[in-house]
Design a protein around this ligand. Structure first.
Ligand code: KIV
Ligand code: ZN
Length: 514
C-alpha cells in the first residue's frame, strides 16, 4: 500500500490540539494554521469535528476548499448524523477523508457507551460503510485501543477493513501504554488481522506519562506508517505526540531508522511560533526542537567544542528546523525589497498589502529599537498579519499611563467604540492593571481575565514585549495578542484584541453561527 519506509504525518493540531484547555481558535485562525501546515508538508490535516459546532463545520469546509496539498479530514463519531455532517463539511475537497471512531475497551463500552462488544463492532462496521458511500478515504479508530482486549480489537479492525476502512488508527487514548507494549500491539495487529495489507496502520498517542513520541516511534518500528501528532505537542490533557520531535527523530537518526517523511523541516519553527502566537500557549524553554534553549549552549566546554566544530555538541543544525541564527538583520535604512526577502527567508510569504502594513510597523520599530532581529520581524508579522483580525468594534486610539515610587499608578485611555470616541481615566495596582480597568470601564465588558503573560522577544531592555491575554465570558474563551516595545501598549493591544474576538464570538452565537 505504501512505500515501505515512508511515514505519513497526520496533523491533528486543529482538532485534538484545539482540545487543549484554553487553546481554542477561531475559523480565520484555523485557516491560517492550515495554510502553514500545508507549507510544512503534512500529509493529512484533521481540520475539525464537523458536527461538534457550526464553527468547526465552517473551519473544515473552508480548509477543504481553500487549502491545497494535504488530504483534509473531519472527525465523526460512529453515528449517522456525524458521518453526514463530515461529508457535508468536506464538500469541495480535492482529497477528503472521514475519520470515524468508537471505543473498543470494556471500560469505555461498559461505563460510557453502555454497549456490548457486538453492538460496538456493528456500529463501527455500519458507519465505515456509510462513510465509504461518500468518500474513498475512510479512517477508523477503535478508541482506547491500548486498553482493549487484543482478540476483540483484531476482530473489529478486520471487520472495518473488510467494509472499506483505508486507514486503521490505534489510539492510546489515555496515554497508558509503554513503548515496548505498544510496539507488540502493532505487531499483533499485523500478525493477526488477515486483511491488514489493505489498510495503513496509524497511531495516535497521548502524553500522560510523557511517552507519546516514544510510543509512536515503537509503533512505527513495528509497522505503523501513519503517525497522528500536533505542533508543540498540544492536545487533550498532557497533549499528543509532538510532530516536531517525531519528525526530527526520523530525520536525525535516519542512519538506523531508515524511515522518511515529506515534512519540510525548515518550516517547523515558524509553525511552532504561529501556534504559540495564536493559542497563547508558550512552549517550555527546554522543549526539544522548538524550545528557546534547544540549541543554546551554556557550558564553556561545550562552547569551546562548538567553536572548533559544530558536530561536537550539535546533532542537528538549528537552520534545519527553521531557526535562523539570531543576527542583526535589518536597520532603519533597509528597504522594502530587503525586508520582503528576509521575511521570505523566515518562511513568511506576504502579499503586497501585508508587506506595506508590516513595513510601516518595521520602520517605526527600527526608529525606536537600535537592533532589529529575526524574532522582532516574526513578532511583527504575527501581530500585524497573522493575528487574524476580527471586526474591530473597539480600537485603542490613545494610551497614557503613570507609575513609580511616589504616585498611584493610573491610566488615561481613549478608545473608539462603534465609531464613537470615549475618553476615561482610572487607577490600578500598576500601570497595566490601571489600563485594563479603564478599558473594561469603557467597553463595559463582563468578561473575566483568566491569564496574562508577557514574553520578551529578544534580549535587551529595548526588546519588544509579546503579550497574550485570555478572557472568558459565559462559555466563550478567547485569546488576544499584542506586541510592542512598550509592554503596557502591548498589553492594552492584547486586551483590546481579546475583547474584539469575544464580541465577534458572541455576535456569531446570537446569529446561531456557533
Ligand atoms: O485520543 C483519542 O482516542 C482520539 C480519537 C478520537 C482518535 O482523539
Ligand atoms: Zn486524542
Amino acid at each position: 500500500m505504501t512505500d515501505n519506509n515512508r511515514v505519513y504525518i497526520f496533523d491533528t493540531t486543529l482538532r485534538d490540539g484545539e482540545q487543549s484547555p484554553g487553546a481554542s481558535m477561531n475559523v480565520e485562525e484555523k485557516v491560517v494554521v492550515a495554510r502553514q501546515l500545508a507549507k510544512l508538508g503534512v500529509d493529512i490535516i484533521e481540520a475539525g469535528f464537523a458536527i461538534s459546532s457550526p464553527g468547526d463545520f465552517e473551519a473544515v469546509h473552508r480548509i477543504a476548499n481553500e487549502v491545497e496539498g494535504p488530504v483534509v479530514c473531519s472527525l465523526a463519531r460512529a453515528k449517522p448524523g456525524d458521518i453526514d455532517s463530515a461529508r457535508d463539511a468536506l464538500k469541495g475537497a480535492v482529497n477528503p477523508r472521514i475519520h470515524t471512531f468508537i471505543s473498543t475497551s470494556d471500560i469505555h463500552l461498559k461505563h460510557q457507551f453502555r454497549m456490548t462488544r457486538d453492538e460496538a463492532k456493528k456500529c463501527a462496521v455500519d458507519m465505515v460503510e456509510r462513510a465509504r458511500g461518500y468518500v474513498n478515504d475512510v479512517e477508523f479508530s477503535p478508541m482506547d485501543a491500548s486498553r482493549s482486549e487484543p482478540d476483540y480489537l483484531y476482530e473489529v479492525i478486520e471487520a472495518t477493513i473488510a467494509v472499506g476502512a483505508t486507514t486503521v488508527n490505534i489510539p492510546d487514548t489515555v496515554g497508558y501504554t509503554l513503548p515496548h507494549l505498544f510496539g507488540e500491539l502493532i505487531k499483533g495487529i499485523k500478525d493477526n488481522v488477515s486483511n491488514i495489507d489493505k489498510a495503513i496502520i496509524s497511531v495516535h498517542c497521548h502524553n500522560d506519562l510523557g511517552l507519546a513520541v516514544a510510543n509512536s516511534l515503537y509503533a512505527v518500528l513495528n509497522g505503523a506508517r501513519q503517525v497522528e501528532c500536533t505542533i508543540n505537542g498540544i492536545g487533550e490533557r498532557a497533549g499528543n505526540a509532538s510532530l516536531e520531535e517525531l519528525v526530527m527523530i526520523l530525520k536525525t537518526r535516519a542512519d538506523v531508522l531508515d524511515l522518511v517523511t515529506d515534512i519540510t523541516t525548515e518550516q517547523i519553527y515558524p509553525t511552532s511560533r504561529l501556534i504559540t502566537g495564536i493559542t497563547g500557549m508558550s512552549v517550555q524553554p527546554n522543549k526539544a526542537i522548538v524550545g528557546d534553549n534547544a540549541f543554546a549552549h551554556e557550558s564553556g566546554i561545550h562552547q569551546d567544542g562548538l567553536l572548533k566544530d559544530k558536530t561536537t555538541y550539535e546533532i542537528m543544525r538549528p537552520e534545519s528546523v527553521g531557526i535562523a541564527e539570531t543576527t542583526l538583520v535589518l536597520g532603519k535604512h533597509s528597504g522594502r525589497h530587503a525586508f520582503r526577502e528576509r521575511l521570505a527567508e523566515l518562511g513568511y510569504e506576504l502579499d503586497d498589502t501585508q508587506i506595506n502594513l508590516t513595513f510601516e510597523r518595521f520602520k517605526r520599530l527600527a526608529d525606536k529599537k537600535k537592533e532589529v532581529f529575526d524574532e522582532d520581524l516574526e513578532a511583527l508579522v504575527q501581530d500585524e498579519v497573522l493575528r487574524v483580525d476580527v471586526p474591530e468594534k473597539y480600537s485603542l486610539t490613545k494610551l497614557h499611563t503613570e507609575g513609580g515610587t511616589s504616585i498611584h499608578p493610573k491610566a488615561i485611555v481613549e478608545m473608539e467604540v462603534d465609531g464613537k470616541l470615549i475618553l476615561k481615566d482610572g487607577e490600578g495596582a500598576g500601570p497595566v492593571d490601571a489600563a485594563f480597568k479603564v478599558i473594561a470601564a469603557i467597553t463595559g465588558t463582563k468578561s473575566e481575565l483568566l491569564k496574562y503573560t508577557v514574553n520578551a522577544i529578544t534580549g535587551g531592555t529595548d526588546a519588544q514585549g509579546e503579550v497574550a491575554v485570555r478572557i472568558k465570558q459565559d462559555d466563550h474563551t478567547v485569546i488576544g495578542q499584542g506586541a510592542h516595545t512598550d509592554i503596557i501598549m502591548a498589553s492594552a493591544r492584547a486586551y483590546v484584541n481579546a475583547l474584539n474576538k469575544l464580541e465577534h464570538k458572541q455576535s456569531q452565537n446570537k446569529e446561531g453561527l456557533i
